[in-house]
Write a new protein. Structure first.
Length: 316
C-alpha cells in the first residue's frame, strides 16, 4: 500500500513528490499523458526563478529530482477514486480498527493509498466550434506544421503572447486576435514590436468566418480543471467550474451520502488544512485547486505546501 498516491505529473505533482519522497513516504505518481502537463507545452519560460528555457526541460528536472528522492513514476490514467467506507452498524471501537485507505482505479487496476493528492492541472479550453484550418493548442508541438503559413493566434493573455513570439520567426505572418484588449504583461507586449510579421487585432471576436481565412490556428484562451474522473465523489468537493475546494473554502460533506471514515476522526471534528479537501485524506494542489494562481512557480510551491500537510498528517 502507498502512503501517498499523486494523480498528475505537472509542477505541483512532481514538487509534492520530491517532498514526500524525501520524507521517506512510499509515494507514486500517476500521469496519463506526458510528464510536465501544460508545462511541457510551453515554448519558453522566463518568469521561473533560476530557470529560463523550454518547459519540457524544466519538467525533466522535476521528474529527475522526484525519482532521486525514491518516488515511483508511472504512466496510467486515474479513472475513479473510492474513499474508505464503513458500515453504520459498526461500533466506535470497531470503526477505530478499520483499514482507512483509498482505492484508486488506474487503467482498470486498483491501487491502495493512505492519502491521495490531486494535481491533474487543467486542460486547454477549445474554440467550441469547428473551423476549416487545422487547430492546435501547443505552439511548441505543432509549429513546424505552420511553417511559412498565414497563422492566427487566439488569446490576449501571457500564454497567447508568449506563443505568438515563439511562432513569429517560423511562420509567414501572424495575427494575434483577442476579443478584448491585450492582458499580457507589459514586458511581453513590448516584445511584439520586434516582430514585423505580427499584427495585433484587439476587440475582435474570433468567429468561424474570420478564422477560416487562415492556414493554421493556435488557441490559447484559458483552461478548465481536469477533474471529470472525480464524478463518483460528492460533487460538493468542487466549485461550479470543477476546481477542487480546499481549506476554508471546503464545504461539509453530507454524512448521509458519505460514510467515509479516515484516520479515526469524524466529519464533525474535521477542519481541513489549506490544501485538504472536505474528504479527509484527499488533497489538491496546483491549477486544479480553486484559488491557486495559474503560474508554474505557484503550482510548484502549492505542491510543496500540500506535501508538507500530508507529511504532518501521516507522521502524526
Amino acid at each position: 500500500m502507498l502512503d501517498v498516491a499523486i494523480i498528475g505529473g505537472g509542477p505541483a505533482a512532481l514538487s509534492a513528490a520530491i517532498y514526500c519522497g524525501r520524507a521517506g513516504l512510499k509515494t507514486e505518481v500517476f500521469e496519463k499523458n506526458s510528464f510536465g502537463g501544460e508545462l511541457s507545452r510551453i515554448s519558453n519560460i522566463s518568469n521561473y526563478p533560476g530557470f529560463t528555457g523550454r518547459g519540457s526541460t524544466l519538467a525533466q528536472h522535476f521528474r529527475k529530482q522526484a525519482e532521486e528522492a525514491g518516488v515511483k513514476i508511472s504512466y496510467g490514467e486515474c479513472q475513479e477514486i473510492t474513499p474508505p467506507v464503513y458500515d453504520e452498524k459498526h461500533s466506535s471501537a470497531q470503526l477505530a480498527s478499520l483499514d482507512s485507505t483509498f482505492t484508486i482505479q488506474i487503467d482498470g487496476e486498483p491501487v491502495s493509498a493512505r492519502t491521495v493528492l490531486i494535481a491533474t492541472g487543467s486542460q486547454p479550453r477549445s474554440l467550441g466550434f469547428e473551423i476549416t484550418p487545422p487547430v492546435s493548442y501547443c505552439a511548441l508541438c505543432d509549429s513546424d506544421f505552420a511553417r511559412d503559413k498565414h497563422v492566427a493566434v487566439i488569446g490576449g493573455a501571457n500564454s497567447a503572447v508568449q506563443e505568438a513570439l515563439y511562432l513569429a520567426p517560423i511562420v509567414k505572418d501572424l495575427d494575434l486576435i483577442t476579443h478584448s484588449t491585450l492582458k499580457a504583461d507589459q514586458v511581453l507586449r513590448s516584445k511584439l514590436s520586434n516582430h514585423p510579421n505580427i499584427t495585433v487585432r484587439e476587440n475582435i471576436e474570433p468567429v468561424r468566418e474570420l478564422l477560416d481565412q487562415y492556414d493554421y490556428v493556435f488557441v490559447f484562451i484559458g483552461s478548465h480543471p481536469a477533474t471529470s474522473f472525480l464524478r463518483s465523489l460528492d460533487p460538493s468537493i468542487c466549485d461550479q467550474k470543477g476546481y477542487l475546494l480546499t481549506g476554508e473554502q471546503a464545504r461539509p460533506l453530507d454524512p448521509n451520502r458519505n460514510k467515509s471514515f479516515v484516520f479515526r476522526i469524524s466529519f464533525e471534528d474535521y477542519n481541513p488544512t489549506p490544501h485538504a479537501t472536505s474528504l479527509p485524506g484527499l488533497f489538491a494542489a496546483g491549477d486544479v485547486r480553486a484559488g491557486c494562481p495559474k503560474q508554474v512557480v505557484c503550482a510548484a510551491g502549492d505542491g510543496a505546501a500540500a506535501a508538507i500537510e500530508i507529511i504532518h498528517l501521516l507522521q502524526n
